[in-house]
Design a protein around this ligand. Sequence first.
Ligand code: AMP
Ligand code: ZN
Length: 479
Amino acid sequence: MSVKLYDTFSRSIKELSKPNGRPFYYYCCGPTVYGPAHIGNFRTFLIQDVLSRVLELAGYEVKHVRNITDVDDKTIARSQEKNQALADFTQEWIEKFHSDCHALNMKPPSHEPKALDYISEQIDLIEALIKKEHAYVGKDGSVYFRVQSCNAYGKLNRINQSELKTQASNSAGQANLADEYDRESISDFALWKARKPEDGSNYWNSPWGEGRPGWHLECSAMIHSSFHGETIDLHGGGIDLCFPHHENEIAQSECAYSTPLCTHWFHSAHLKVEGEKMSKSLGNLFTLKDIQEKGISPMALRYTLISSSYRQPLNFTFEGLVASQTALTKIERFIEALLQKINLDSGNFNKRFIKPNTLNHFGLLEKAWDALCNNLNTAACLGNIFGLIGSNPTSKLSDAEIEDLLKSIGSLLYALGIQVFNDQTKALSAPQSVIELAKQRWDAKQNKDYAKADALRVEIQAEGWDIKDTPTHFELFPL
Ligand code: AMP
Ligand code: ZN
């Protein structure tokens, strides 16, 4: 089975080829660990996780490397503020990140290199670039990449070199006020930053003096080391990384090693909250903890973040989260009905049917699987699953067909990383007083006393809960 994915470089959907004799090399730029990852970060990491699962199911042997950015302006500044050693400070955030990943059912990558452990590799890379005259040392001992020396610079973003302003020919005729003022050109970027007092003890010795690597460098060095200097098959990141970060990665790697960095580029669109860009000042920068405190399960968040097209910006809303919780419940009910038909209970499902096994066919859900293999169309995949649920097929199927259907659903849920029937799926339960109000409202509705039912709904909402009816009961969701 082959998997097709949009490639930012060629601007087209291309098949991901299965390499001969080695795993599929897949690298993603990882988190910067100076605080908790937010739901926007997780949109990107989750879609990367789904792709890795789809590849696995399609028979690819995937080597997935995702780095940790622990040496940069922000990690250094925050560790200094906290008076903590950089490694101790970042370790706390790495652990928090891992625990969020676990709650969101993300598979750990095969390898997770930290920039801090690759300082000497980064210095070697700079040396190679200086030797080939792709980099130069500034007056203060900082080292810059000479963009004009790299003919291919701009190829990922289709930016012409002449569009990149030079310091000497600033079109406005003004002086360049960038702090790195000894760059030959304004588009040159730092590979090495000379030691500054505010870096505290975070500096390393190099042939150009004390300092630290620039941020773009780490991925080039870690990719080279993790994938044995070979061209990788896929490189992922949020769309904001496309320029300049990925352009700079290409320039550094290809100029130093003279081999293509990567054959396929995978960028996911950003998440906005209620139509606005996420930011601390707007107070809409949410973490998994914030979502859980509102009583929403990690699985409902996962579902929300992966269920729409990864190439379209996602407008995150709390209504959407509640709808995801309902969707998960619907899937669980459908599975329960299937299990009941063959005398199994929900406890059997995860053990018996959620498996990373390679299925040759997906039967009634063939189109759902095809959608995942065709540019990771998670929305169409879920649409197919709900189409089947809506057609109410349980009574029409033989036991063997039900068993087959459970296997297909199990594999699809594995590909999507959606867990059912466990603690990560359940929303927090409402307090007993709210449940009582909900019961009274249910009774009022059964007695067709709609005015009373509406009044009780208002009371329930005043307690911070919303109520939704199902054919046989009601469900409560935190507002
Ligand atoms: P960072 O921790 O800032 O280095 O980012 C980690 C990953 O999250 C990168 O791939 C970013 O492109 C991605 N990212 C950052 N903000 C968002 C957002 N609002 N929506 C989706 N992805 C994001
Ligand atoms: Zn990177």
